[in-house]
Structures are given as C-alpha cells and as structure tokens.
Design a protein around this ligand. Structure first.
Ligand code: IMP
Ligand code: MG
Length: 187
C-alpha cells in the first residue's frame, strides 16, 4: 500500500486497509438498502466527529433514498480513556422525528455507553424506529450490554486511529484503520 501522510510513521500496524473498508461498507450499504426499502423516511444519523468518513462512504453506497443528519456527543474526557458520561454537544432538531427511521452511524463501539444512551434518547424523543450501525466493534471492552444492528468488523482491544477516528484530534484523515504506536500516546 502506498503511504501518503506524514502521520503514517506514527502507526504501528494497519488493522483494516482501505480496500477492506470498501468491501465492508459496500456489504453494510447493501443490507441497509434491502432492510429499509419500505421506510418512508430513512435518516442516517452521523455521530460527529469520528463517523464522518464512514458516513460519507456509506451514504454513497446506499441505493434507496436517504436523508442525513448529525449529532455530536462526547464521552471521552482524556485521549484514550472513557469518562463514562455522555454529553450532547449538538442535538438533533427535527419536528418530523415520529416519521423518521433513524439509523445511527457510529465509527466504533467500545464500552457501548454512547450508543445505548443515544438509542434510548431518540426513542424517548419519539423516533418511529431507531437502529444502529458501526464500522468497528470492540466487544471485549463492553461495560453495558449492547449489540449493534449492523457491524462492520470486530477488532481486538487496541486503540485505533484513522478513517475518522482520532487521537487528540489527529489522524482522522488517514484512509485506513491503524494501531497507534504506544509511545505516541504514553509520552
Ligand atoms: P463508547 O461509548 O465507549 O462505546 O465509545 C464510543 C466512542 O469512543 C467512539 O465513538 C469513539 O469516538 C471513541 N473510541 C472508542 N475506542 C476508540 C479508539 O480505539 N480510537 C478512537 N476513538 C475511540
Ligand atoms: Mg465517536
């Protein structure tokens, strides 16, 4: 694979290549296109910022009409450790929520707190239906019981960056998912 970014040298190894990501996103988009074919209003809800790259690729591959929307939540207080609390930084403001089938698009599930909170929140706010889609899943890190409806790939308990995922706001633009060298986040 051809490396391009100056940040490539911070990567210990690539976990999911851009070619693999392309295959995974196509599979998920195909399933979504079948499963939601009778939906009156499918809304892909991108959880900022980490899901923005996945969202952009996924929405181009879905072959049924979709709307897009955005929420921003934060659960991480410092670089790589979860605070356990979910803060809504940007809320969803729609008057038609009761007509919307919401598909939450997430980059990664770790403790499971963000998605279980958001699913509950959107149901309480009256969405017609709420489903979840994640590119990456770290099931070994679960703190709450949560299973996504669509899952790209399970990964081991390693801190990953790239394809939208960051460490200290960097590495999001890398086209693959990689494991950061430990010395980068422990120094
Ligand atoms: P959860 O609420 O613990 O499931 O965390 C989900 C959020 O944590 C994701 O949306 C990411 O923003 C962040 N996160 C979890 N693991 C990683 C990682 O390995 N790299 C970068 N961000 C991560
Ligand atoms: Mg995130």
């Amino acid at each position: 694979m051809a490396y391009s970014s100056v940040l490539d040298s911070h990567i210990d190894h690539i976990l999911v290549s851009s070619e693999e990501i392309d295959v995974i996103t196509t599979k998920i988009a195909d399933k979504i296109s079948v499963d939601f074919k009778d939906s009156k209003r499918l809304v892909l809800l991108c959880i900022l910022k980490g899901s923005v790259v996945f969202m952009g690729d996924l929405m181009k591959k879905v072959t049924i009409p979709v709307e897009i929307d955005f929420m921003k939540v934060s659960s991480y207080s410092d670089g790589t450790k979860s605070s356990g609390r979910i803060n809504i930084m940007l809320d969803l403001h729609r008057s038609d929520l009761s007509e919307c089938d919401i598909l939450i698009v997430e980059d990664i599930i770790d403790s499971g707190r963000t998605l279980s909170y958001l699913v509950e929140y959107l149901r309480l706010n009256g969405a017609n239906s709420v489903k979840t889609c994640t590119l990456l899943d770290k099931p070994s890190r679960r703190e709450v019981d949560f299973t996504p409806d669509y899952r790209g790939i399970e990964i081991p308990d390693e801190f990953v960056v790239g394809y939208g995922l960051d460490y200290a706001e960097q590495y999001r633009a890398l086209p693959y998912i990689g494991v950061l060298k430990p010395e980068i986040y422990t120094k």
